[in-house]
Design a binder for this molecule. Structure first.
Ligand SMILES: [Fe+2]
Ligand SMILES: [Fe+2]
Length: 374
């Protein structure tokens, strides 16, 4: 039976969730808590909670601090935050400590569907160490060069959202995090946002300043964060080439603007799982690279043998957990082996698949050359 901890200082909210979860009492055990401190004591006494949903503004231990503590002490617990506030600085902080942001009031059915989805997703990652490391990962680190460009632009007196958006759309980590934020329930858009430039416009210049000031929302990687044998800059270069090629092909095939945006963004994010796996399982990823090199096998096969999961599944897992549009997480999940014959129909998935192949052939980096051989 799955265990869920629900924390809110408003009794009405607790009772309404209790009603929504009642039909599921055979599958889910729901524990209620009306303050952060006692919620944390429950977690400390029993770290087997599968999921926590916490209100952000509470007296005593607030939701951000509670979720931060849970992130450290209970890495296998999925973290959702809940608030009625629309203050961008609070939402940005919440996105750094929680996997999903949910706005109040929210429908019981919606929250049940989100929880179900997170539990299904969890089953895809059998290796508990890998899964816990990924749950802990708050951000995909950015290429230092792009992060510095962002910092420089936001601090300039004539900073513009358009210029910031153009920097963000080149970076894997910043794009993923921006799309997590704008696609959270807080922004209330009925349509999912797939274009990072559009996301930047929606957040606005003040929101961008809040992002700059927030700790850990964007984060540049450091030299020692990855195995030395991994050409990390090569991954950015390959991803950007894939994204640009995918956009070009989608335009020439006459796809809708939505599908063009999806093709670009999925192209940019398709290898995000490599970065996530290598950043969170450094020593094991060194073994992956050695194995791929020694046996001349594709990277995704070596990942499966060492870590029991490949970067495509991991990338799709993170984007799905963070609530990015399904069209994007699905392409990322299947980019190594799309179902059916990808040459039969021009869809964003078949386009990203083709763009990935073309980019790998011309990439300067030895990584991913020819079906991701090293
Ligand atoms: Fe890949
Ligand atoms: Fe690739």
């Amino acid at each position: 039976m799955k265990k869920i901890l629900l924390v809110d200082d408003d009794q009405n909210v607790l009772q309404s969730f209790k009603r929504a979860f009642r039909p599921l009492h055979r599958e889910w055990k729901v524990v209620l808590s009306d303050n952060g401190k006692s919620a944390f004591q429950l977690i400390e006494a029993d770290d087997s909670f599968d999921l926590i949903i916490s209100d952000l503004r509470m007296n005593g231990l607030n939701g951000i601090d509670l979720l931060q503590k849970v992130k450290k002490t209970s890495p296998d617990t999925i973290r959702f935050s809940l608030t009625g506030s629309t203050e961008s600085s609070l939402l940005i902080e919440a996105a750094s400590v929680s996997h999903r942001l949910i706005s109040k009031p929210c429908e019981g059915d919606m929250i049940v569907a989100l929880i179900r989805n997170s539990f299904l997703l969890r089953e895809k990652l059998e290796n508990p160490k890998v899964r816990q490391n990924l749950y802990r990962l708050g951000v995909i680190p950015s290429l230092p060069k792009f992060y510095q460009e962002f910092c420089k632009e936001i601090q300039s007196p004539d900073a513009s959202v358009a210029k910031l958006g153009m920097i963000i759309e080149k970076d894997i980590g910043m794009t993923a995090k921006m799309l997590q934020l704008v696609n959270s329930a807080f922004f209330g858009f009925s349509k999912k946002v797939t274009n990072p430039l559009h996301a930047a416009t929606l957040i606005g210049i003040n929101g961008m300043r809040d992002i700059f000031l927030a700790v850990g929302f964007f984060n540049a990687f450091e030299e020692n964060d990855f195995p030395k044998t991994l050409d990390i800059e090569g991954i950015w270069q390959h991803s950007l080439i894939t994204a640009n090629k995918a956009r070009k092909i989608a335009v020439s095939e006459g796809l809708s603007q939505d599908d063009i945006d999806t093709s670009y963004t999925a192209g940019l994010l398709h290898d995000l799982g490599i970065i996530a796996l290598a950043a969170t399982n450094r020593a094991d990823y060194e073994k992956v690279i050695d194995l791929a090199q020694n046996e001349s096998i594709p990277l995704h096969q070596a990942e499966k043998r060492v870590l029991a999961v490949d970067h495509a599944t991991v990338g799709g897992f993170i984007l799905n957990l963070w609530g990015l549009p399904h069209a994007i997480s699905e392409i990322v999940t299947f980019h190594c082996s799309p179902p059916g014959d990808p040459s039969l129909k021009s869809t964003p998935l078949s386009i990203v698949y083709a763009a990935d192949m073309l980019a790998a052939q011309e990439s300067l980096s030895p990584l991913e050359k020819g079906e991701e051989r090293i």
